[in-house]
Design a protein around this ligand. Sequence first.
Ligand code: MG
Length: 400
Amino acid sequence: MTETIFPMYPPVDTLNLALNSREPLMTGDVITYRERESTLLAPWAMFSHQSQGRKTEEQDQSYRSPFQRDRDRVLHSSAYRRLSDKTQVFTGISDYHRTRLTHTIEVASIARTIGRSLQLNEDLVEALAHLHDIGHPPFGHAGEDVLAECMEDVGRFSHNHFCLILVEHLETRSSDYAGLNLTHEVLESQHTRIDKSQADRLLPLLETQVVEAADSITYDAHDTDDAVKLGLVSIEQLMELPIVRRCVSRIEAPLDQLTPRVFRKMIARELIDVQVSSVLSYIAPLLQAKNPKSAEAARRCGIVVGTSPELKAEKSELERFLYHEVYRHPDIMIFRSKVQEQLRTLYEGYTKRPELLPEKLQAKIDDWGIQRAAGYYLATMTDSYCNREYEQHFGGTSGG
Ligand code: MG
């Protein structure tokens, strides 16, 4: 396998010099985030000290940047913990699959790898990655689609929008403010995910774009892996796809000596590596050439983070395959219609019996109306809690 060398900013020698020039840390002499970022980040990164701050002002911490604090607030939130019992794609047909939480952790890991290599603000990347799916309702896209239908008259439902409802209204961490009081940059990043048209005027921060790219790299790889493991598609079918053949050609071990299990895992591993390498080898030279002098300049220089155009076509082919053969697989579709029926019943039940909503959401009915309060309550639920509510209050046999 050939190793790709990516251009660095500043040059590696300068970077090593800067890191080594500092005296060893003594007790009480803790490196500040400003020092750390001034040494490690490129000019196009979003520096923490340039943040536009929080709605409610808070005391700065020299050792932990505002974006590290945002990451920690997300990690400690109830909504984040609930991801461990929320569907990614596969539920109801096996207990072996990625959950919304393991998906999120994989996204954060891949996003940090890309962010670090492009010398972006890793702390911001990590905060955004951990945040990116916390607005998902139970039962994955099946849940999101049916909630959008139910809430048609009150602005529909999207997990990206609900993420903001969670972090600005429903989560609690202080008596001083509602929500998590996240930084402007993290909230704005979430707004750009809702309003894609904004991209026509000003692209999202590079850190935001890296998380979007990592999300897509991650689900393409793990959905392929899970789908083969669960027997929904075969490796022979995958071998029809150019991107999979490209991955297999990178495996140095003799293929006839690999067990199917190891072969599947090696394909999944290569699917990540081939995509991450493509992003880096495509984007790093563009950044070098355009050399934006600030995060704001980077948003205006036209660089869109993603795989190279050549790989993009192969990746799209894989995504079309996953859509038709996996996401629309008969086993998944049976489960989908069952849980959607369950969610419809719950939604209608809650709108008629608001007393079933927890106090926190009952208190919002005056502002939001019962439809949004009921829909948002459903969206907070884990798959298991949703099943229990269905069985307890509506006497049904749950779909999940
Ligand atoms: Mg995701």
